[in-house]
Each structure stands twice: as structure tokens, then as C-alpha cells.
Write a protein that binds this ligand. Structure first.
Ligand SMILES: Cc1cc2nc3c(=O)[nH]c(=O)nc-3n(C[C@H](O)[C@H](O)[C@H](O)COP(=O)(O)OP(=O)(O)OC[C@H]3O[C@@H](n4cnc5c(N)ncnc54)[C@H](O)[C@@H]3O)c2cc1C
Length: 407
């Protein structure tokens, strides 16, 4: 057990709340303070573009823990409180109103924020970004009002919002500079599965789109594309990715490069200071380089891993990157890391959207796998990746060959 008596966690979301829980579960009996800028209890974000956005679940379903958990576990939760500076020499954080909190160990779980687009009209009322519950509330009200929504960017958030808005009865146009949705993550061949999915549900997908401006008189009325097309609309959602929040760490003097740099045990170079979740760019033992993952499972598991290491363990975080998405009746899981341009092998019914997609390197080793409406194969997909075994692409594509026979 470490000698720390006061642990401060900055960022009260999934990674932060799971870290606080783990500190107590591991028997830490010093002071734990969880400071979060948002007013709500720590919550999980996946529902914000899915069931919560569609009004099918309430806020409590997204909470990481109910309110009494923090009281019962003697975790001081400071919601609605922003940390404006970290003083590494004095070992304290400074809150908005000038209040100071001292710490022996500090965990930064400050997450990521949506990338902005520099476009004329982007600040007009009716243009939405989606990161917080408040953002999702505003968007839900917009969907309930009906009309046409234009979604700029067909990554995960854009695609899920397009699906939820369509399910909520809006007309939806989904725009991307690429030719098919999710091309930047999955490549063209696999992105076509999502192009068909959205088209089959009545979403207009416009590929190769260069958005020139958002226009309107006092609020958004249309989106203008290069080539002269304008799309009349009542709302715009921008989903063009996220950037790690690093300003606080950088100002404090921590090393930052596409996230807060840590070793495999999620330690920064400053003793006693850790980072986890979307904001952390951590050494990954399997890949032998730093990897920053901006997905739910990473926040869920890195927070606890950091907490255990704060208590003196030497536990490298070596889970493979994993994420999931739900759009209409399609559910998928993706494991691993692959360049979207790598060779693709599909196993199953592509047209029927029941398929496992694999990305292989030039040595036929599996880099990543995505199961679409096929369940209980994720462990085997991860084993294939971890094995680094060269596989026969013909056998990999054959659903009659068990996946575990390939390793
Ligand atoms: C709409 C949406 C849907 C998603 N769906 C999926 C999905 O289906 N599958 C999947 O795998 N992933 C999904 N994700 C990604 C997943 O939610 C994130 O990876 C996860 O939230 C990261 O958690 P985190 O705790 O690291 O950071 P965040 O969730 O970003 O939380 C960081 C917290 O720190 C707070 N903070 C920042 N700076 C300060 C400061 N200076 N002082 C105090 N507090 C501060 C922020 O206010 C925020 O509450 C989704 C994300 C969004 C936005």
C-alpha cells in the first residue's frame, strides 16, 4: 500500500469515477476527492447518442454510480467544479474560485472534447456538438421538434446521431468528405456496410462533400456545399472527432503529445501523477509504442488500473483497444488497431449485415476484427490478434472454420 493519504482525481466521468471506486475497493482509507466540471453525477457517454438521445432511457441509467455511492464510500465528489491549474511543485490543484486542494497523488482523467470546425456560420443557433448530457438534452429537444437535420461527419458519433434522429422521425442528410460513412476508421469496403444501412433507413448520405458554410438568418437554415448545392435544414450536428484535453497538464509542465504522456502503468514522468482514459497517451506493451484510445472500455478499465498503480502495484495496462456501436438494428464490436487501408477479409453474410470483418497486415496477421450482428466472438478475435499468427485468409473467411482453429 502506498503512503499517500490524499488522492485527488480531476475529471469526474467514467475513468475518474471508476478510479475512485477502485481506490476504496482496494482498501485505500485516505482522502479521495473527485473533482468534475460538469454539474451532473459522473456518467457514461455512450447512451447520449443512442437510447438517452432518443428519450428511451433517463439520466440515472447513464450514471456510473448512484449518488449515495459516493457518500457511502467516503468519496468527496465536487461536481460543477473546475480545476483551473495544477501546481506540481506545491502538489496542489487550484479550483475556479481560488480554493486549493492538496494531494499526495493526482490522477488526471480530463477526457476529450469535440473538434471544432472553422466554417462561416458555425456559431449560429441550431448548430450542435455532442459530448455532454446537456448537449444530448438540447439535441433531443431538436429531434422532437422534427424537420431536417444535417450531420457533418460520418464517424461514430455522426453515424449514431444520424440513426437516432432518423428513428426519432427527422429527415436526415449525413455528409462526409469521404465516399462512405466511417471510411476514415474502417476503410471503403467496410464503410459500404454502413452506407447501405443508413440508406436502407432513409438517410441521405452525401460523400465527397466539402462543406463551405452554414447559413441562416439568426439561426441555421441551410448548409452550403462546394459545387453549389445547398441543403435546407432545421439543425446541424457536427461530429468530426475529438481532441484530448491537455491544456491543464501542459500548463502544469507535464509532457503532452496527442494526450498526456504516460508509461504503461499510466504514470506521467512526475512522481505521483497519473493519467487515464481519453486524455492519456500511454505506452502499450502489446504494440510497443504509445496508444491513445478514446473509447468507453478504455476509460472503464484504465481508471481502475491507474488507481491500483497509485496504491503501489506495477500493473501495465495492456488490454487491446475495444469499442462498440449501435445504429438502428446493427450492433458491432471492434477490437485491435488497424489502418483502414489494410487488407480486409470478410466472414459471413455482408449483405445481411451479419459478418465478422478482419484487417490483416502483409504477413496475414490479424490486426483488428469487427463483429457486426455476430456475438460471442470478440474473445476469439482478440486471441487471434494477440497470437500474431499468420492466418490463411481463405480459412479466415470461411464461417465453417472455427476461429480458434486458426491460431
Ligand atoms: C455521445 C458519445 C457516445 C459515445 N459512444 C461510445 C460507444 O458507443 N462506444 C465506445 O466505446 N465509446 C463511446 N464514446 C466514447 C466514450 O464515452 C469515452 O471514451 C469516455 O467517455 C471517456 O471517458 P473519460 O472519463 O476518459 O473522459 P470524459 O468522458 O471526456 O470525461 C472527462 C471529464 O473531465 C471533466 N474535466 C475536464 N477538465 C476538467 C477540469 N479542468 N476540471 C474539472 N473537470 C474537468 C469533463 O468535464 C468531463 O466530465 C462515446 C462518446 C460520446 C461523447
Amino acid at each position: 500500500m502506498s503512503a499517500a493519504r490524499r488522492i485527488v482525481i480531476v475529471g469526474a466521468s467514467l475513468a475518474g469515477a471508476k478510479a475512485a471506486e477502485t481506490l476504496r475497493a482496494e482498501g485505500f482509507d485516505g482522502a479521495v476527492t473527485l473533482v468534475g466540471a460538469e454539474p451532473a453525477l459522473p456518467y457514461e457517454r455512450p447512451p447520449l447518442s443512442k437510447d438517452y438521445l432518443r428519450g428511451e432511457s433517463d439520466a440515472s441509467k447513464a450514471w456510473v454510480h448512484p449518488e449515495e455511492f459516493y457518500r457511502d464510500e467516503d468519496i468527496e465528489l465536487r461536481s460543477g467544479t473546475e480545476v483551473v491549474a495544477v501546481d506540481l511543485a506545491a502538489r496542489m490543484v487550484i479550483l475556479t474560485a481560488g480554493e486549493q486542494l492538496e494531494w499526495d497523488q493526482l490522477l488526471l482523467t480530463i477526457g476529450a472534447e469535440p473538434r471544432r470546425l472553422r466554417l462561416p456560420g458555425i456559431d449560429l443557433p441550431g448548430v450542435h456538438f455532442l459530448r455532454t448530457m446537456a448537449d444530448s438534452d438540447a439535441l433531443r429537444a431538436r429531434i422532437e421538434a422534427g424537420g431536417r437535420m444535417v450531420v457533418i461527419g460520418s464517424g461514430w458519433i455522426g453515424s449514431e446521431v444520424a440513426a437516432s434522429a432518423r428513428q426519432g422521425g427527422m429527415e436526415v442528410t449525413l455528409l462526409d468528405r469521404f465516399d462512405v460513412p466511417l471510411q476514415g476508421v474502417l476503410g471503403t469496403e467496410t464503410g459500404r456496410i454502413f452506407a447501405d444501412l443508413h440508406r436502407d433507413h432513409g438517410v441521405e448520405f452525401v460523400g465527397g462533400a466539402a462543406v463551405e458554410a452554414v447559413e441562416g438568418d439568426g439561426r441555421v437554415e441551410r448548409v452550403r456545399l462546394g459545387g453549389g448545392r445547398t441543403i435546407a435544414c432545421d439543425a446541424v450536428v457536427v461530429g468530426v472527432g475529438v481532441a484530448p484535453r491537455t491544456g491543464l497538464a501542459e500548463a502544469a509542465g507535464l509532457a503532452v503529445d496527442n494526450g498526456i504522456l504516460t508509461d504503461a502503468c499510466l504514470r506521467t514522468a512526475v512522481p505521483g501523477v497519473f493519467a487515464a482514459g481519453d486524455c492519456a497517451n500511454a505506452e502499450h506493451p502489446f504494440y510497443g509504442r504509445r496508444v491513445r484510445v478514446e473509447h468507453w472500455a478504455n476509460a472503464l478499465n484504465q481508471g481502475p488500473c491507474a488507481a491500483r498503480n497509485m496504491l503501489g502495484r506495477e500493473e501495465p495496462y495492456d488490454r487491446l483497444p475495444y469499442f462498440f456501436s449501435d445504429q438502428y438494428d446493427l450492433g458491432m464490436e471492434y477490437s485491435g488497431l488497424a489502418d483502414p487501408g489494410e487488407r480486409v477479409v470478410m466472414r459471413g453474410d455482408v449483405e445481411g449485415r451479419e459478418v465478422v470483418v478482419f484487417w490483416l497486415d502483409e504477413g496475414n496477421r490479424v490486426l483488428a476484427g469487427m463483429n457486426v450482428n455476430v456475438w460471442d466472438v470478440n474473445d476469439q478475435v482478440q486471441e487471434l490478434i494477440r497470437s500474431r499468427a499468420a492466418v490463411d485468409p481463405g480459412r479466415l473467411a470461411d464461417p465453417d472454420v472455427p476461429l480458434d482453429a486458426l491460431t
